[in-house]
Design a protein around this ligand. Structure first.
Ligand SMILES: Nc1ncnc2c1ncn2[C@@H]1O[C@H](COP(=O)(O)OP(=O)(O)OP(=O)(O)O)[C@@H](O)[C@H]1O
Length: 777
């Protein structure tokens, strides 16, 4: 049974070395949090070694010294003179920008603690020890070094080593580490070591910060055989800390099962299934930061990319990587990746589903190659007074060979003139001439050869080709024969074919088709690593679009099958991996939920049998059971709070939500705002205008998703279609039945509801005038 570490007063810090060692001990003021955001401010007092005020002062002193060292590192970078070291101005500019980047990265952000943990190893990591040393060192108490007032990376000569773990590496004037990067191998036990597997760590210390000041610490004596597994109070405090502003990093509190994913090698593709709030997004972002650290050169050459579901989600997560010192990672939606044409049209769900079907890849492949016309007649090249003839049969062989090699259409097109020229050269040689490379190049550029290539292997304009497929029934029938049924082909055809690529109203799914064609013509450059979040919503064709951006790299795929809300959402991760071109990808599961409190996740999980029967219910590591309230509103009788401005019907005249619900919802928002932290009002998209009116009538200002919450603006009105991936301390959910009804089918509707029900960190209030979906009962 996990137990909390004992806590002690700041005035009477319990020095672990002073008394018989408890398994874990702590100096914890109530407000301390390891993430430690807050007001600017320096570290605590200078803390002389041996200061009777105890270890807290010494830790504060180490913080102050580390800050000073960081300032010195920055000053050194600023003072670098590159006038004489570079040969030319281009090199100088490159070097200058690298130095500027380093100066930026060396900034000391007052609100961000320079270190959040400490490890005292029993032995210097990696060092070989003699038997005698093993005996004496094992008998030593690592705290002895601290009692002697030593701080720094090496706690005692020839013995234990001490490391402070932080967001970045800081060294002193001699180059000795004051703080080591959390991603360094020596930092790993901070996240993984346990009393069962101490990883040679005697003591793990977590630090708590209040308003930028180091005010607390918490110890675990991992090599003490009597030590029991404990739940860190600093960790709990961090998890429960109200969310205001964009997503923050979890570098101080990454959990062992998460760390395994964060530090998995760059070589393979990893797919993570996880229930809402298990930290998939957080883990994916920390994994990028880790990979950039471990494979900096390779990845900065090849590039890394984080793909999220929409702009507001990307805005929500965009601060995490910069906070971890990584400023260069690109972020995009799948739509951004394939934005070759402006998207102004929409598809019916059936058409969109078909356009996203993997069979479309074969149709497109055929369509691209359909342009190749085997030559009907031979080719004559005139060189000086002589004419060289390549017969049609030989040209056909060349074309067949190029088609059979499976190279890109464009590459084959470039190779064709050289192949024809080669055939001419063979004839020249047979006739006793001695042509060289220059002759071959000249023949390849010959007018007759160029004309033949144009006729045999015409250039392909990807958008034009897709437009033709979608508007020319005969052409589509030819390419889709045996692949798509006649009914499916009819679904693809536009009723009124547009005149040109420019005037066509392209849909998002069309853009993916164009991207596929572009890749058939010319290879899409591959990045070093791609992180794909909320992956369950991608169509097979979208997976292919992502996969071709990491053909020579690897990917981290994050998602939850129960949250799939597109008509084509993923049924099994193995399928997704094969569409991505990574069939050997490893599938992992995260099971511990960090966001949603127990009672709330239990309520939402009632939907699981209907939406994802195979999936396990998430467990919640949250201490608070969470406030869950379901309020039926008698809207017909005016309900609680009366009529809202702006009308409140569903506009259909049917049995939709009635007047009064919106006002009751606004009132629930007002109540939620009495708590600390952010409030999200989630509603079916069509209900948003009515609720906006009710909030305005109630005098409650609100934000849209993606707009940053601040201490003064804490309420966001969230259309259910944008709620995915976001979280709020308190969620008010409007009319579940309307959320379900807004989707084309019931299962998707219930999944959308599941997403909406799992956004709350502390409390959820559900208001309904219609009956709740029976699956929730
Ligand atoms: N180890 C951790 N320590 C502290 N907080 C954590 C930890 N892991 C996750 N969290 C927090 O839990 C919340 C949920 O994390 P995240 O959004 O990454 O989950 P998710 O699995 O992507 O959720 P969803 O499926 O809803 O998109 C975030 O506030 C995140 O910071």
């Amino acid at each position: 049974m996990p137990a909390h570490p004992s806590s002690a007063d700041l005035d009477d810090p319990a020095e672990p070395g002073d008394s018989p060692a408890p398994a874990a001990s702590a100096v914890l003021p109530d407000t301390a949090a390891p993430g430690g955001g807050g007001t600017p401010g320096g570290a605590g007092g200078p803390g002389e070694p041996g200061d009777p005020a105890g270890p807290l002062r010494r830790e504060q002193a180490h913080l102050a010294a580390s800050r000073a060292a960081l300032r010195a590192m920055r000053a050194d970078a600023e003072a670098l003179d590159i006038t004489d070291v570079t040969a030319n101005w281009v090199n100088a500019a490159v070097l200058r920008s690298q130095i500027d980047g380093r100066i930026k990265a060396l900034a000391d952000h007052a609100g961000t603690p320079l270190f959040f943990g400490r490890l005292d190893y029993l032995h210097p990591p990696g060092a070989e020890r003699t038997e005698e040393a093993v005996e004496t060192e094992d008998a030593r108490d690592p705290e002895d070094a601290e009692d002697a007032g030593q701080t720094g990376e090496t706690a005692a000569a020839g013995g234990a080593a001490r490391y402070y773990i932080g967001r970045r590496h800081v060294h002193d004037a001699d180059g000795d580490p004051m703080v080591v990067d959390w991603r360094a191998p020596v930092s790993q036990p901070f996240y993984r070591a346990s009393p069962k597997e101490p990883m040679d760590v005697a003591l793990r210390r977590r630090f708590g910060y209040t308003g930028g000041e180091l005010t607390a610490y918490e110890d675990e004596r991992l090599s003490d055989p009597a030590a029991a597994e404990t739940v860190s109070r600093l960790l709990q405090t961090e998890i429960e800390r109200p969310r205001v502003g964009p997503m923050r990093d979890i570098v101080a509190t990454i959990q062992p099962e998460q760390d395994e994913i964060v530090r998995a090698g760059l070589g393979g593709t990893l797919c993570v299934q996880g229930a809402p709030g298990t930290g998939k997004t957080a883990v994916g972002l920390h994994r990028v930061a880790y990979l950039l650290y471990a494979h900096r050169e390779r990845l900065s050459r090849a590039g890394t990319l984080v793909i999220g579901p929409n702009r507001s989600f990307l805005r929500y997560i965009e601060q995490v990587l910069p906070a971890l010192g990584e400023l260069e990672v690109a972020q995009a939606t799948v739509d951004d990746l394939v934005a070759h044409v402006p998207v102004t049209g929409t598809d019916t769900p059936e058409a969109a589903r078909l356009k996203g079907d993997a069979r479309m890849a074969e149709v497109l492949r055929r369509a691209v190659r359909s342009g190749v016309r085997p030559p009907g007649e031979g080719l004559v090249v005139v060189r000086g007074s002589r004419r060289w003839r390549v017969p049609a049969e030989e040209l056909r062989q060349i074309v067949d060979e190029l088609l059979g090699r499976g190279i890109r259409y464009g590459a084959a097109r470039e190779a064709l003139p050289q192949r024809i020229a080669h055939a001419v050269l063979v004839r020249m040689e047979a006739a006793g001439e001695a042509p060289d490379d220059r002759t071959q190049n000249a023949v390849a550029r010959d007018r007759a050869v160029k004309a033949a290539v144009k006729a045999i292997w015409p250039p392909v304009d990807p958008a034009k080709l897709v437009l033709r497929l979608l508007s020319d029934a005969a052409f589509l029938a030819e390419q889709a024969e045996g692949v798509l049924s006649a009914g499916e082909q009819a679904l693809l055809l536009r009723p009124k074919p547009p005149r040109s690529v420019r005037s066509a109203a392209w849909s998002a799914a069309d853009a993916v088709l164009i991207d596929e064609v572009r890749d058939l013509v010319e290879r899409t450059p591959s990045l070093g690593h791609v992180v794909l979040d909320e992956a369950q919503d991608l169509s097979p064709m979208q997976y292919r679009a992502v996969g071709r951006r990491c053909t020579t790299g690897s990917a981290t795929i994050l998602g939850d099958l129960a949250q799939g809300t597109t008509p084509w959402s993923t049924a099994a991760w193995s399928e997704a991996l094969s569409h991505l071109g990574k069939p050997d990808g490893r599938i992992e599961e995260l099971t511990e939920g960090f966001r949603v409190p127990r009672d709330v996740i239990a309520y939402a999980s009632r939907l699981l049998p209907a939406i994802a029967p195979g999936l396990k219910e998430a467990t919640s590591v949250r201490e608070a059971a969470g406030a869950l309230e379901i309020r039926g509103v008698d809207a017909a009788g005016g309900g609680s709070g009366g009529e809202a401005g702006g009308g409140d019907g569903d506009g259909s005249g049917g049995p939709g939500p009635r007047p009064g619900l919106a006002a009751a919802v606004a009132e629930a928002c007002r109540e939620a705002l009495e708590h600390e932290g952010s409030v999200g009002l989630i509603a079916a998209d069509a209900r948003v205008p009515a609720l906006a009116g009710a909030l305005a009538a109630a005098g409650l200002p609100y934000l849209s998703p993606g707009e940053e919450t601040t201490a003064d603006a804490r309420l966001t009105l969230v259309p259910a279609s944008l709620a995915k991936g976001l979280e709020y301390d308190y969620v008010v959910l409007d009319e579940p039945a309307a959320v379900v009804a807004a989707e084309p089918d019931r299962r998707t509707g219930l999944r959308r509801l599941y997403v909406a029900l799992t956004r709350a960190v502390s409390g959820l209030t559900v208001l309904h005038a219609e009956d709740l979906p029976p699956e929730l009962g």
